[in-house]
Design a protein. Sequence first.
Length: 286
Amino acid sequence: MTLIATEITKYVYTFGSIRYDLAARSYVMGILNVTPDSFSDGGVYAKPEHAIERALAMADEGADFVDVGGESTRPGSMPVPPEMELERVIPVIRGIVRERSVPVSIDTTKSVVADEALKAGATMVNDISGLTLDPGMMETVARHRSSVIIMHMKGTPKTMQADPSYRDVVGEVRSFLKRQAEAAVKAGISQVIVDPGIGFGKTLDHNLALLRNLGQLRTLGYPVLVGPSRKSFIGAVLDLPVDQRLEGTAAAVAACVLRGASIVRVHDVKEMKRVARMADALRTAP
Ligand code: HH2
């Protein structure tokens, strides 16, 4: 009996006043890059008022989360100082939580940024380094009783696409996520989400292998998030530039949902919400 109860409640996570059963359906996370240089929307939402407006629009389009980032992590990008990241994200987070109850995550690898963002109303930390870059991050997330997304990345954004190689990409990514998730739980973090890190130190074949074998990440026992939106693996398959990757993103989102992803991180919320709902219906059909 206990086992069944545990299984049922295991993926029920709370984000402030919002409670989601991450096993019941798929959830859409809208991307908000408050940066001048992100790979697909750099500069568009650099002003706080434009960023807040976009976040509210995404919430109205059905975003289940809004992920706010103040540092681009596109291949080749350089880190920005924490003061600059804070200046970009804090007014935006405050503006969103004032207007909507949609859970906000902070996309950062820095514990000072995470700390301030959580104080400003964010309820989840999205760490693309999987809690490895900043030694203070684990304690910060635990202290705030925040949720965390642990993402796999090989190397750093500056160097990660310089000939990445693996003996067994799915096995290595899985082992990393398992190790970091277990460390997070041990540090007192109870709501952990894992992410294979599409495009972060991976070739086209690595990305496709991870997406094809998402089920192996599911067996870790944590909800899985995937971020395929507009990424270069879609450009490589379809030979299309970043502004023409909507259909490729839709195919990837559908595949992720069918293979058990709980959350998809996307730019095109309205469209991908429809894709995710359709894929949910296909996944759960009797
Ligand atoms: N991808 C990007 C940034 N953050 N976080 C998670 N958890 N998973 C991802 O796949 C992921 C992420 C890169 O995409 P984007 O935010 O659109 O671009 P940029 O890093 O240039 O701002």
